[in-house]
Design a protein around this ligand. Sequence first.
Ligand code: UD1
Ligand code: UDP
Length: 377
Amino acid sequence: MGGKLPVVMPVYGTRPEAIKMAPIIKELEKSPDLDCFVTVTGQHREMLDQVNTLFGIVPDHDLNIFQPGQSLNGILTRTLDGLDKLFSVNRPDVVLVQGDTTTSMGAALAAFNHGIPVAHVEAGLRSGDLWSPFPEEGNRKLITQIASLHLAPTETSRQNLLRENVPDEDIVVTGNTVIDALLETVGKNVPFNDPRLEQLAASGKRVLLVTTHRRENQGEAMRGIGRALARIASDEPDLSVVFPAHANPAVREAVLPAVNGLPNVLVTEPLSYGEFCRLLSLAYVVLTDSGGIQEEAPSLGIPVLVMRDNTERPEAVLSGTAKLIGTSEDRIAAEVLLLLHDRYHFKSMAEATNPYGSGDAAATTVNALERRAALRC
Ligand code: UD1
Ligand code: UDP
């Protein structure tokens, strides 16, 4: 740092933040008006590094806070402490945070306490339930209180912010940068490291792609998800159930006992983003509690069953490509089987929609940052 241009410091720490921040960093690097200093907290480790490697991003600074079995407050205190030290030697003009993780909330708070303006990417999502997603709904609301610029992905999220009295002039609707990342990556047909996935791709079999990791689903709900997968796999021997398991041991301990040894359930390590996009494009149905995958699958026209009771991403549900199905074992099995057997129902959900933008969200975001930086506020 130290040049004359205003410095934007993206701070991120988990896989989904990295995926959604990458297109913005690429765009910032091209900006004639802004400098960029990339800081990662390292809340995630290998899952974060995979994404940075794929997009060719080498962070300028790494707080390296990851600890196995880390607690939310542990992540938060190490983020605050690390950024305190960094800001005392490298003070950016704007800190850019993405989404709703503990890294994002901690980085926003650390910047605010240093009097540094915060710009919030993917602002304004609300489930309306403080406890779901937990702690993300709370994190997002906290960031809104201390951000100066709110980059809302959709008109719905803009309206949520206006209802909370955020000034209209501080909100810019950008689309979601996950679509930029997806469109750049999905056509690349990257090879799978796991030979079982290459065999599956060649087989042409129908694929049920499953992910789960939400904290509020850990424990009994996640064990039920595992049992539902086992039932679906036994009822549908020609179907391939693919489960890229999150690195979190709590996820593996809950889901894997029910599916271990089933011939048509393929459990993998977390896939690199390039591999995951390829797998997503091969999927017949997606079953997930992920936020980002709720945004990606609709743009590929793949039906998404969302294993949650509510969502802060209502757009795809309203357009019909996504359906909230909760976490009961019976309901999960019934909804998947319905999609597999009822062609009319399948077709009614398999409509490609792009409620999250058409791939220019990063350019719109950087444009908003440039205009703001010119005003020095
Ligand atoms: C975090 C975010 C969540 C986001 C998710 C994306 C918070 C509160 N939660 O949840 O919003 O949806 O990331 O995946 O910020 N682990 C590893 N290696 C890794 C990453 C995780 O081993 O690269 C394991 C560790 O045991 C870690 C556990 O997973 O303790 C949980 O990781 P953590 O970042 O605390 O929370 P997530 O549940 O991943
Ligand atoms: N993803 C990935 N590899 C995987 C599973 C998911 O790259 O094995 C990507 C996926 O395409 C999406 C993002 O990770 O962009 C979602 O991350 P996650 O579900 O962990 O978090 P959330 O979006 O729920 O916060």
